[in-house]
Design a binder for this molecule. Sequence first.
Ligand code: HEM
Length: 333
Amino acid sequence: MQFAGLVVVGIIMLVFLGVQGLKLQFFFGVIIPYLALVVFCLGLIGRVVKWGRSPVPFSIPTVHGQQKSLPWIKASAIDSPVTTAGVVARLALEVLFFRSLFKNVKAELGEGRRLTFTWEKWLWLAGLLFHWSFLVVIFRHLRFFTEPVPAVVHSLGSLDGFFQVGLQAFFITDLIILATVLYLLLRRVCIPQMRYISLPADYFPLFVIFGIALSGISMRYFFKVDIAAVKKLAMGLVTFKPVLPEGIGVIFYIHLFLVCVLFAYFPFSKLMHMAGIFMAPTRNLANDSRARRHVNPWNYPVKVHTYADYEAEFGRKMEEAGLPVENSQAKVS
Ligand code: HEM
């Protein structure tokens, strides 16, 4: 944990020195975002293509319900999908509502060493709220990258900023993203079993996302930056006519650099679960092994010697030895 935390603090200091001291605004505001985008796109495509090209030797959907079999046995259309529609429904529920995490239970040794299982919903709730608020925050950011800004972005902003604090709208997703990242972090730090299995690769993305959210929130509510200038820079980036407006505070460059680090790191990290869930044979295959034969694509043509061939070759000898044969050679010849 300390290592991941120090790396993120180091990154923030690097930007601070680069922008305040060395005036490297163009490097951090233009070159780094393009570099991060290229690494993100190439890395993501590369991994998805690699996964896509891997053969699926077995039909291995993981299911939570009765497979379709005999007509009088009730099958579970979504929990053990047999059609493509069932697979799509199951995946959609998983991606949108984290359904399998909802089934999470906690196992504990109670009094008299009795093993008890209890429902554990906090991880599901925090995970779901974290991902949804992340999506809403990114979607709201489209106001920087589009001109004119689509009405739906404005509407979402008004809905999210329903609570007004003073003259400024307070985005509820800002609070949720910060609180849930903190929960996910503290869960790894405070639960001994979780701390034991956690690696720097588990802490690093949480620290980076926490840094992004904290710097964004600071920019919005405390150390204001020139939003018109940020929009000019963002529009320059998306139209591939980069400009570098004056007077954007260093906090913005910290925010942007952390975003770039997250994007460049993404394809090489566990964050790839975003794409991986769609590529997982445990999730994207129908459980139809009783109805359809799954052929291993690794199978290569094998020269076989069938029993019919065997009898054709040795049938006469077998008959002479008094062994039973299916096709009598006497009849054949
Ligand atoms: C992973 C992507 C990003 C995340 C998670 C993120 C997160 C946040 C959060 C939580 C805030 C607080 C206020 C709000 O919710 O609007 C914020 C504000 C802000 N972000 Fe980001 N951000 C991301 C990418 C970017 C990018 C690429 C830019 C570059 C234009 C940017 C520029 C800003 C600015 C200027 C603010 C201040 C907004 C204001 O004062 O109203 N962010 N960000």
